[in-house]
Design a binder for this molecule. Structure first.
Ligand SMILES: Cc1cc2nc3c(=O)[nH]c(=O)nc-3n(C[C@H](O)[C@H](O)[C@H](O)COP(=O)(O)OP(=O)(O)OC[C@H]3O[C@@H](n4cnc5c(N)ncnc54)[C@H](O)[C@@H]3O)c2cc1C
Length: 502
């Protein structure tokens, strides 16, 4: 393999995907020349500010100091997502990160909770989650374990400013040797025999050649689609939202350590607290609401003063038929799009990069290797897709045709099976290494009022009184621990306030 090693990588695009790829490759692969081409004139999508805890693995991979990263990106901590009005209007639940309660014997906590609920002795699920309890009180600390107990501590991710994040990653990538070229790509040169991309050609005629091309050109999908015509699998029939209107606003109070996802009549709104502003956006389905009305709904539900004109983004949900085609690997929006309800797009970039590193080719571009990559990426996309669809489908709202249609629409068989198994047995089976763990599914299913008929018989191993004290003990420990944590703003001020030197 020695002679056919790849030495020249070209990354097309300098949004979050491009700079994540550049940072990861330059920090992990010696002897690679990495050139990133981007156009300031075209710019980036400029959104994408909420993450999930796996991003901490990416930070570790590229050797980021977490406090510095938060300072430089105006970041805050995220303990989960609080959902408003999704099952029914008035419902509020949280998909909190991390574990809830603790397992006993061979059985996970949710099965005891289902029994306790039937017997009227279990409290709200969130009362057994340190993440949710701390979140509701705007508290945060880095606490991997609750001291002197077998209970997990805080699991966290981040909110950050997308533009600052790309700039921060750029600095890391350039320090590690990646080179940036500013310019607009106008053409693509391909090999007549293999069809592989040989070079991208800039407006001024400069050709930038490479052996492998990473397409991070956003929704344009310059190489994977425009040049190679790979094809797109459309999932709009399951996820019908096709627009988002976004606006930043002044902070109107302490920064909540969680994202909010508030359902409206034909979509939903995000609130993402940063140190210097709040990110807001309304994701909606244009078949059910006009752009003007969607904008008005957003502005009516922004807490602080808007800081810019609202910006409309149009998208189509689905994925590229192959994320890797020939010598082109698409990452980010060029590879597909799932709306930001569970903050999974940046994760999918990270995931694509990790798998690319695992399957890094030589110049022979072995078909079996590419095929394995594509199957793994598809699996990740499809399982996340199912989880996002669940939020729309599992609703009991009667107030708008949009929600009725979502409830009545057909869903993928894989999701139908998951819901059916949960309804009948209270069981959730996590397939392979799918992203969302059982407790994540459990919170959304029960939060949106899908309750199983029973619970696992092993939950009967405790007497009624033993079960009651099992719940009481966990609730007490969680409440006491949360009450001793510092405020979220206080924690940031002490460790990672933006603009404060290290
Ligand atoms: C409404 C919305 C909300 C979102 N919220 C979240 C969220 O909360 N969490 C999350 O994880 N993800 C979120 N995402 C997804 C997230 O924004 C993207 O995954 C992320 O920003 C990556 O974008 P990108 O780098 O693929 O594309 P872009 O940011 O669009 O970057 C494309 C790059 O390609 C360059 N380019 C394009 N054409 C050319 C050309 N001809 N020549 C030279 N350069 C070119 C551009 O200049 C730019 O640098 C959201 C997306 C949307 C639409």
């Amino acid at each position: 393999m020695g002679d056919s090693r790849i030495t020249k990588v070209v990354i097309v695009g300098g949004g979050t995907a491009g700079w994540m790829a550049a940072a990861a490759l330059s920090r992990t692969m010696d002897n690679l020349s990495i050139r990133l081409v981007e156009s300031d004139e075209i710019g980036t999508v400029g959104v994408g500010e909420a993450t999930i805890p796996a991003i901490r693995l990416f930070n570790a991979l590229i050797g980021i100091d977490e406090n510095e990263f938060i300072r430089e990106t105006g970041g805050t901590f995220k303990l989960g997502i609080q959902f408003h009005d999704w099952g029914r209007i008035g419902d509020v639940y949280m998909h909190a990160f991390g574990q809830i309660g603790r397992s006993l014997g061979m059985l996970q906590f949710p099965q005891y909770w289902l029994r306790g609920r039937n017997e009227g002795i279990a409290g709200r699920l969130g009362d057994y989650s340190l993440n949710e309890t701390a979140g509701r009180q705007n508290r945060f600390a880095r606490l991997p374990q609750i001291p002197n107990t077998s209970l997990d501590g805080i699991a966290y991710a981040f909110h950050f400013d997308a533009a600052l994040y790309a700039a921060y990653l750029r600095k890391i990538a350039e320090q590690a040797g990646a080179e940036r070229t500013e310019g607009k790509i106008f053409g693509v040169r391909r090999n007549g025999e293999t069809g592989h991309v040989e070079a991208v050609v800039l407006e001024d005629g400069t050709a930038i050649d490479g052996e492998i091309f990473i397409d991070c050109s956003g929704f344009r999908a310059l190489l994977i689609e425009e040049a190679l015509g790979t094809g797109f699998e459309d999932w709009t029939h399951w996820l019908p939202c096709d627009r988002a209107i976004a606006v930043p606003s002044e902070n109107a109070g302490p920064a909540r350590p969680y994202t909010q996802a508030i359902a409206h009549k034909a979509g939903w709104q995000w609130r993402i607290p940063l140190q210097h502003r709040t990110g807001n956006g309304h994701v909606f389905c244009s078949d059910f609401i006009s752009e003007d009305e969607a904008t008005a709904t957003l502005l009516a539900n922004v807490e602080g003063r808007p800081l810019a004109e609202p910006r409309m983004l149009r998208f189509r949900t689905g994925m590229r038929r192959k994320a890797w085609n020939g010598n082109v690997v698409a990452l980010g929006l060029a590879s597909g799009f799932l709306e930001p309800l569970e903050s999974t797009s940046i994760h999918l970039i990270q995931n694509g990069i990790a798998k690319l590193l695992a399957h890094f080719p030589d110049r022979d571009f072995d078909a079996a290797n590419i095929d394995a990559y594509n199957r793994r990426v598809r699996f990740d996309y499809e399982r996340i897709r199912d989880f996002v669809i669940l939020h729309y489908h599992a609703n009991q709202r009667t107030d708008s045709p949009f929600w009725i249609r979502c409830r009545e629409m057909g869903i993928p068989e894989t999701l139908a099976h998951k819901i059916e198994l949960f309804r009948s047995q209270g069981q959730i089976v996590r397939e392979g290494d799918e992203l969302f763990i059982e407790i994540g599914w459990f919170q959304v299913l029960t939060g949106q009022n899908i309750m199983p008929d029973g619970y696992h018989p092993m939950a009967d191993q405790l007497t009624h009184d033993e079960l009651a004290s099992f719940f009481a003990d966990i609730e007490t420990i969680v409440a006491r621990t949360a009450s001793h944590l510092p405020g979220h703003d206080e924690f940031i001020a002490q460790h990672c306030a933006a603009g404060v030197p290290a």
